[in-house]
Write a protein that binds this ligand. Structure first.
Ligand SMILES: Nc1ncnc2c1ncn2[C@@H]1O[C@H](COP(=O)(O)OP(=O)(O)OP(=O)(O)O)[C@@H](O)[C@H]1O
Ligand SMILES: [Zn+2]
Ligand SMILES: [Zn+2]
Length: 818
């Protein structure tokens, strides 16, 4: 009877991301696992006829069902999720309308999202005679079990036979789960007691010199030692050591090692700088906030080079003093070694770094340091917002306006919103920093939702760079056909003659290095995605940036067979070539997707530039942020307006932000800086205001435009994206859904579409979108969600995918842009 009372149950969300399974299932916790199963544990459970992985979301002592199955196994020593993160998962699932399992999985490192392997094997009562139809299968299974996919590929195997054999109990199919990467194991060597070793040495003949030497080594240093190191220290071979192991004098030991990607980097320790008056004023306000028990959001609007990062460092130090923890988010591209060093230099090993440049294993190790409480500061890109801390005191989002904080895959969460949730949960401070805050953040600050703090000067009175706008239309009129204006050429020459460095920025977004036939105008598109292919010079190929499709550049037009088919547009390679044609003596480092694919190449290129091994750093978006090189006094922007023409209501804001960021790279130290911006749309306010360096004027103009055209923050936007392999079916379905939404959601909500999405097909799936535009009111979002859930639950077309995006960080098709 007493035992009965102890039975407890777990609610488990299993990793079957489908609407019918989007709820917790009850499982019994076997007595042997009573202690191991906690909220947040990753467990293996029977599910239907399979075994699946799931997360424990609740533990309870009662269960309404009489027959519940038991948890099979607990997968980790420590639950990967904390109770807080499990709760956060619920919120994300509701807020972004995704499956609960997708929300939970988004919070753990990729290696824990184990993969399943379907294995086919013979059972005990299988006989060769049973497989007369497929002897090859029998011979192969006799040797070892086989992957399901491999079995299906065998020429003499049919699915129906497999089914039969399973029913007859001749073969079995198992789901094997394995994590993609496990801990890194290092082989160590250890020895028996020194006193025993002494004895052995005394019995060894003199000629066994090496063995004696090895044993002597362990007498002097009895601690286990990595095999590699031992080989060097006693200058011996692996086989000699293996012999000692066989004699039972030494032992192998597999040790788990934490990979430290920064192990070989010497990082100088830094001390807090004496704050400037303006910094001090802002700091004292942040500090006051750190000591209030409730959460508050601070928007720190500080011009480039105003010392925001130094303030972050000092605020974090305060938080650590209080035995609390801090998360720092920076955009992926500004998570440079330079940036990491600034944090490691101040806080040393207390810092864990999470970014996509690390291998899965390295990421897992960094994450585990946080989970096991060995680190108190996490710095990383978007997903670092899920760092499993339990005593959060401060969350910092640097460059808070960056669009990369929005997850583009499901669940389409925004790190800023998640940060707000976590800050509230912990009563922590949320600090948003930017030189060009997002429209919606500034709007919140004006409405008193956020506290606004400003830094308007660069540290130590360093001047802002002088910005010159160059009208490229004029250049052409004056006969300059080059992509460099007279002015930019002159400034580059001067800068390099002075022994200083320049950064040249080419905005690749909106540009395309596409191929077009000059005779008939035909462009070459991806056969799966309906977007133009991009030309890559290195191997003369055309590539699709969405699906990776690649093909050789044709020598004649596929349509009219004219040989005048060539690439257009301005890629970084072309800029480099033209530059070298004019100035062959200049040393150029080019940074773009082509030169930075290899791991560590990013770091290598920037390191070389920092050591002044080049005069010019030429690059795309990835050089716009975070760089702080003392010798850089000139910044050139090749074409400022390419992004202005993208069909996106944020294009003006993005243009302004990007140009301001790039300009901020110039003259950050002793020498004053100069910026040359080349453009074809000089009258556009987003470009004018960058030149004036007038943020508030830009904000006003943009604010008026948004209000007039009714765009966020003056309305709510929800984008529904429907994808399906069958175009006709998709048209029918979306037409019907649009009609239904119109009659259900009534007058207050504008329903735009269905229209083909910006990219109408990706990876052979057609894409149609519907846009909902409505006055920003909470009840409406609730209504919309409810209706959508209904539609989702009702839909029985298993090819249809519905993706819901509700932060308005998406492209608006041109047709809706009236
Ligand atoms: N109080 C200070 N005294 C001296 N130097 C400082 C001080 N604060 C910051 N600096 C230095 O000034 C430079 C710019 O500061 P920091 O990088 O913190 O600015 P930021 O606002 O984060 O820049 P951005 O947003 O443009 O990347 C850095 O080299 C930094 O070390
Ligand atoms: Zn042609
Ligand atoms: Zn493609």
């Amino acid at each position: 009877m007493e035992n009965e009372n102890k039975v407890s149950y777990a609610e488990v969300v299993v990793d079957v991301p489908a609407t019918p399974t989007d709820r917790p299932f009850d499982y019994r916790i076997p007595t042997t696992l009573q202690d191991a199963v906690q909220v947040g544990s990753r467990v293996q459970v029977p599910f239907g006829s399979q075994r699946r992985i799931g997360y424990v979301t609740r533990i309870k002592s009662n269960c309404d069902f009489s027959r519940v199955r038991s948890i099979i196994q607990v997968m980790d020593v420590m639950p990967p999720l904390t109770e807080e993160l499990v709760e956060l998962g619920d919120w994300i699932a509701d807020e972004y309308m995704c499956h609960r399992i997708s929300a939970l999985q988004a919070m753990v490192p990729a290696v824990l999202r184990g993969k399943y392997q379907k294995l086919v094997s013979l059972t005990e009562n299988a006989q060769a005679a049973d497989f007369s139809a497929s002897p090859s299968l029998y011979t192969r299974l006799k040797k070892s079990s086989l992957d399901w996919e491999e079995v299906c590929k065998l020429p003499d195997v049919r699915l129906s036979w497999l089914r039969e054999w399973v029913q007859q109990g001749k073969i079995q199919i198992e789901m094997k789960i394995h994590d993609r990467v496990t801990e890194k194991k290092v082989r160590y060597v250890s020895a028996i007691e020194p006193s025993q070793l002494l004895q052995i040495i005394s019995t060894l003949p003199e000629r066994n010199k090496k063995q004696r030497q090895i044993l002597q080594f362990f007498i002097d240093k009895p601690e286990p030692i990595p095999l590699k190191q031992l080989l060097i220290e006693v200058n011996t071979t692996r086989s000699t050591i293996t012999k000692c192991v066989e004699e039972n004098w030494l032992f192998w030991e597999e040790r788990q090692e934490n990979r430290n990607p920064y192990a070989n980097v010497e990082i100088l320790q830094t001390k807090p700088l004496l704050l400037t008056k303006e910094q001090q004023l802002v700091y004292s306000q942040i500090e006051r906030n750190l000591f209030t028990p409730h959460s508050e959001t601070i928007l720190l609007h500080g011009v480039t080079g105003s010392g925001k990062t130094e303030l972050y460092l000092q605020a974090i130090a305060k938080v650590l003093d209080k035995q609390q923890e801090a998360i720092v988010l920076v955009p992926e591209i500004s998570l440079t070694p330079q940036m990491v060093e600034r944090f490691k230099g101040r806080f040393g090993d207390q810092v864990a770094v999470l970014h996509s440049g690390l291998s899965h294993g390295e990421k897992y190790d960094e994450w585990r340091k946080i989970r096991e409480g060995h680190c108190s500061v996490a710095i990383g890109a978007r997903s670092a917002i899920f760092a499993p801390f339990t005593r959060l005191g401060l969350i910092i989002i640097d460059e808070e306006h960056e669009s990369s904080y929005k997850q583009e895959d499901h669940p389409k969460y925004h790190a800023r919103a998640v940060a707000q949730w976590r800050a509230k949960h912990h009563g922590a401070t949320l600090l948003l920093g930017s030189a060009t805050p997002a429209m919606e953040s500034y709007y919140q600050a004006e409405n008193g939702e956020y506290r606004l703090l400003e830094l308007s000067e660069r540290v130590q009175g360093r001047p802002f760079p002088a910005i010159e706008l160059v009208d490229m239309r004029n250049e052409l009129r004056q006969g300059n056909r080059s992509m460099f204006s007279k002015s930019l050429q002159r400034e580059l020459q001067r800068c390099i003659e002075r022994g200083e460095q320049a950064v040249l920025f080419l905005n690749r977004r909106g540009f395309s290095t596409f191929v077009m036939c000059r005779a008939c105008g035909e462009t070459i598109d991806c056969p799966h995605c309906e977007i133009t292919l991009t030309y890559h010079r290195t191997n003369d190929t055309l590539r699709c940036h969405y699906c990776g499709y690649a093909t050789q550049l044709p020598s004649t037009c596929p349509k009219c067979e004219s040989p005048h088919i060539r690439h257009f547009g301005t890629g970084t390679q072309r800029v480099e070539e033209e530059l070298l044609r004019h100035f062959p003596q200049w040393r150029i480092i080019r940074m773009d997707v082509d030169t930075t694919t290899r791991k560590g190449s990013h770091q290598k290129l920037l390191g070389a530039f920092g050591r002044h091994e080049a005069d010019i750093l030429l690059g795309t978006q990835m050089i716009a942020k975070g760089l702080d090189f003392p010798l850089v006094t000139l910044v050139g922007v090749i074409t400022a307006d390419t992004m202005l023409h993208l069909p996106d209501f944020r294009s003006a804001e993005r243009t302004f932000q990007l140009l301001t960021q790039v300009s901020g790279r110039a003259g950050r130290h002793q020498q004053p800086g100069k910026v040359v911006i080349q453009s074809y749309s000089l009258d556009h306010y987003s470009i004018r205001r960058v030149a004036d360096q007038n943020w508030s004027e830009f904000y006003k103009e943009e604010y008026d435009t948004r209000k007039k055209l009714l765009y966020p923050p003056f309305c709510g936007l929800v984008q529904l994206l429907f994808t399906h392999p069958d175009q006709i079916k998709l048209l029918q379905i979306t037409g019907q859904i649009a009609g239904e939404l119109r009659s259900a959601l009534g007058q207050q909500i504008q329903i735009l579409g269905p229209v083909p999405a910006m990219i109408p097909r990706i990876k052979d799936r057609y894409r149609i979108q519907i846009l909902l535009k409505f006055p920003e009111e909470v009840e409406l979002i609730g209504q919309i969600k409810k209706k959508l859930r209904e539609i989702q639950e009702r839909s029985n077309d298993k090819h249809l995918r519905i993706i819901i995006d509700r932060d308005g960080h998406f492209h608006i098709p041109e047709k809706l842009y009236i």
